[in-house]
Design a protein around this ligand. Structure first.
Ligand code: MV4
Length: 445
């Protein structure tokens, strides 16, 4: 087992990893930028190393500085959290070259699942349902036109180096294809240095339902059931829940089996998530695979009473998983609390937190790095806390979320607490009757 883990991240996820390491008797090293000098993850770690100025490029993304911090503190493993370098193949490779265990996927796996057309072709070979569409990357515009005619409009054009909606275009009529083709490729080239595009049948009003999986070094994998992440704004998840209100026992079995089949086919090691699009007839299709721990992992932990970070560390240390699948025994909802103003287009609202009163009580979990007096820096993403409520039923979990949101007092900055409070009263949400289109019609009162 590792003696010392360096957490190459910040904020609530760095706190999350430190907590589990401490419970496992593993020493921790935090890294921080000069903007994060007063952050909790610096204070809670056994050691802390300043790795650069505020900008992520010169700190949390600066591989030589992070490796140097691991070397001088003699860390034997690095946990990358999510975002930053968590799905950076070069970082995974450099860790391996320095004899430091990267608690995440291998460089080959990151590259394979990071290239969306390759990931899809791999899943198809594994027998996982995929959206009908092009066989890999489109050769040129003529190929795109021919493929669209074959699939039948509407179609979805996607960037193979993309993900999270970047370089993606929905096309409803052939006359709009050329413009979409050119703008999507330009956007992808600019964002990823790769303009490879593939095409799929457009799935209308899909739900985004993902399956948590864990694979070990013996090639065994298991699933930990689903998370419904359909409530998103501009591809940013706002709230997630498990079980999905749209799920049936039969659909869960089929999606869980498909996810385990995929994980075992690619010999996946570690915690991963397979994202599916689910249409109104409950057909499900592979969308993307994430080779990192996700922001929303706590709802899964809550309903199956499981520590996913602990599992990641054990698998990275070569300890085999039990191999059984896990099914929700409770209902859990996560609300992502961002320092943003929901009354002004959710624009960021950094600054000093003057009052911070955390909700609590039975079934309430708050994963946060914020405290009264903390200055939320403008350099990083705006999420400041994840409020998670868990209860026997969905109705009780919603009720508990309302009560917890009413208790949650943050002053000095604007937050999305009022948005989540209104969401919990929204008839379609309360009915569980929502798809990825839900936020298009949502208006703050
Ligand atoms: C789709 C789709 C409809 N049909 N693919 C969005 C980002 C990336 N995860 C893939 N996404 C989509 N792919 C086909 N063939 C609709 C979306 C989509 C979406 C998916 C999940 C969650 C939110 C979304 C918001 C807009 C579009």
């Amino acid at each position: 087992m590792f003696k010392k883990i360096l957490i190459a991240n910040r904020g609530e996820i760095a706190m999350r990893v430190i907590r589990t390491c401490r419970e496992m008797g593993i020493k921790t090293v935090s890294v921080y930028s000069t903007a994060d000098r007063d952050s909790l993850h610096v204070r809670f770690a056994d050691e802390a190393v300043c790795i650069g100025p505020p900008s992520s490029t010169d700190s949390y993304l600066k591989i030589p500085n992070i490796i140097a911090a691991a070397e001088i503190t003699n860390a034997d493993a690095i946990h990358p959290g999510y975002g930053f370098l968590s799905e950076n193949a070069r970082f995974s490779k450099i860790c391996a070259e320095h004899g430091i265990k990267f608690i995440g996927a291998s460089p080959e796996m990151i590259d394979r699942m990071g290239d969306k057309a390759t990931a899809k072709a791999t899943m198809k070979k594994a027998g996982v349902p995929t959206v009908p569409g092009s066989e890999g990357i489109l050769k040129d515009f003529e190929d795109a036109k021919k493929t669209a005619k074959k699939i039948g409009y509407p179609v979805m054009l996607k960037a193979t180096a993309g993900g999270g909606g970047k370089g993606m275009r929905a096309i409803w009529k052939e006359e709009n294809l050329q413009k979409a083709w050119e703008s999507a490729r330009q956007e992808s080239k600019a964002a990823f240095g790769n303009d490879g595009m593939y095409m799929e049948k457009l799935i209308e009003e899909p739900r985004h339902i993902e399956i948590q999986i864990v694979g070990d070094s013996t090639g065994k994998a298991c699933h930990l059931s689903e998370r419904d992440c359909s409530v998103q704004r501009r591809h940013q998840k706002l709230t997630e829940e498990t079980p999905s209100p749209f799920m049936t026992d039969e659909l869960r079995e089929k999606m869980g089996d498909a996810a385990v089949k995929a994980a075992e086919f690619i010999k996946y090691e570690g915690a991963g998530t397979i994202e599916f699009l689910v249409d109104k007839h409950r057909n499900f299709y592979f969308m993307e695979m994430n080779t990192r721990i996700q922001v929303e992992h706590p709802i899964t932990e809550q309903v199956i009473d499981y520590d996913l970070i602990r599992e990641q560390i054990k698998v990275a240390a070569g300890i085999p998983i039990s191999g059984r699948n896990y099914y929700p025994k409770l209902h859990s909802i996560e609300c992502r609390i961002n320092a943003e103003d929901p009354y002004n287009d959710f624009r960021p609202s950094p600054g000093k937190v003057t009052t911070f009163h955390a909700p609590g009580g039975h079934g309430v979990r708050l994963d946060t790095n914020v405290y009264a007096g903390y200055v939320i820096p403008p350099y990083y993403d705006s999420m400041i806390a994840k409020l998670i409520t868990t209860a026997q039923t969905r109705e009780e979990a919603i009720n508990k979320m309302k009560r917890a949101l009413d208790e949650f007092v943050v002053e000095g900055v604007k937050t999305t607490i009022p948005f989540h409070r209104q969401l919990m009263d929204h008839p379609d949400y309360v009915e569980g009757n929502y798809t990825t289109k839900f936020m298009e019609d949502f208006k703050m009162k």
